[in-house]
Design a protein around this ligand. Structure first.
Ligand code: HEM
Length: 128
């Protein structure tokens, strides 16, 4: 079964978006649902909705049974290429992580307390 080790890009996956050739990806694996679509107890509409796309969330959201998972395994045709990011989620490197740094204290604010303390101390020494 050389086909089951084929690696798909999202571009390749999205080419299979018709009822005749319908691939979906779930948890990084790619399934050919074309032959199963007419038998799907949840109907064909939901599968057409995710044709050529990542269907992990809708598939898991339904809480499919072990039987469904067993069927799924028989439809396996390959894996998503490692590092392929769903078009829904833009690549992380487009969004450099900005870690807010604690602002260095500036101005009189950070000195106010010691100054007040010294003034109070001197006043106390001077007056008492
Ligand atoms: C190749 C992928 C899929 C397989 C093999 C599959 C298989 C099944 C099976 C066997 C059932 C009967 C209940 C069960 O055993 O859990 C079912 C029900 C259902 N499926 Fe899927 N499913 C797939 C993908 C999806 C997707 C992507 C959706 C999208 C929302 C979906 C929606 C549903 C719904 C709504 C039901 C409930 C139908 C009902 O009980 O009225 N399924 N599916």
């Amino acid at each position: 079964m050389a086909e089951s080790t084929k690696e798909f890009t999202y571009e390749e996956l999205s080419a299979h978006n018709t009822k005749k050739s319908l691939y979906i990806s779930i948890l990084g694996k790619v399934y050919d649902v074309s032959k199963f679509i007419d038998e799907h107890p949840g109907g064909e509409e939901v599968l057409l909705d995710v044709a050529g796309k990542d269907a992990t969330e809708p598939f898991e959201g339904v809480g499919h049974s072990d039987e469904a998972l067993a069927i799924l395994e028989t439809l396996l045709v390959g894996n998503m290429k490692p590092g392929e990011t769903s078009p829904k989620k833009p690549p992380a490197q487009n969004y450099p992580t900005v870690i807010p740094q604690p602002q260095a204290s500036s101005g009189i604010g950070s000195y106010a307390l010691p100054i007040v303390a010294i003034v109070v101390y001197l006043a106390y020494r001077y007056l008492v």
